[in-house]
Design a protein around this ligand. Structure first.
Ligand code: IMP
Length: 176
């Protein structure tokens, strides 16, 4: 198996501290609770699990799986949802939970789609805001960390389905 060089960016303690702070920001903004959190699979699964436990207030949880696509498809306004949510979101305060925002194409399209279902509000929580390649503006209401560029793995994030299990976030070297 190829050996990739990984450089630690955010260790497990740093992530845990930041996730608790994000949960605090969410709780302060939504004291009434009653949120629906929608995780984008697969990358959000670890962040989602830690975030809802740090939130420590009643909420509903669902997941969506969106297939990767080429920009040309997105410009036509289409997203391929390969596994959709089943929790009704009409009238609810929704937070979309994602691992990393890169071009912003996935989230900007997905939020538009959710808004058609008349939620009370839609916000976004992303563990990592990768700013350098943004093509579509995405309003990040809750942002864990910012990086400018590079490919990162661990804490749910993968490279070719590898490294999701790692408890920290690493920059993968020799890939860019
Ligand atoms: P975009 O914002 O539509 O370009 O896509 C974001 C998605 O691309 C994320 O949810 C990840 O699945 C994937 N992605 C982008 N950058 C990285 C990275 O550095 N590591 C792992 N996955 C990434």
């Amino acid at each position: 198996m190829t050996d990739y060089r990984k450089r630690i960016l955010f260790d497990a303690e740093t992530i845990a501290r930041r996730v608790k702070e994000l949960a605090g920001e969410i709780a302060a903004k939504h004291p009434e609770g009653d949120l629906v959190l929608i995780g984008i699979l697969k990358g959000s699964f670890v962040f989602m699990a830690d975030l809802v436990r740090a939130l420590d207030s009643p909420c509903q949880i669902d997941f969506v799986r969106i297939s990767s696509y080429k920009s040309a498809t997105v410009s036509s306004g289409e997203l391929e949802i390969t596994m959709d949510i089943s929790v009704p979101i009409g009238g609810k305060h929704v937070i979309v939970v994602d691992d990393i925002v890169d071009t912003g194409l996935t989230l900007s399209q997905y939020v538009k789609r959710l808004e058609k279902e008349s939620p009370a509000s839609v916000e976004i929580a992303a563990l990592i805001d990768k700013t350098g390649r943004r093509e579509q503006y995405v309003k990040l209401d809750y942002r864990g960390f910012s990086i400018e560029k590079g490919f990162v793995v661990g804490y749910g994030l993968d490279w070719d389905e590898r490294f999701r299990y790692l408890p920290a976030v690493y920059a993968l070297e020799d890939t860019e």
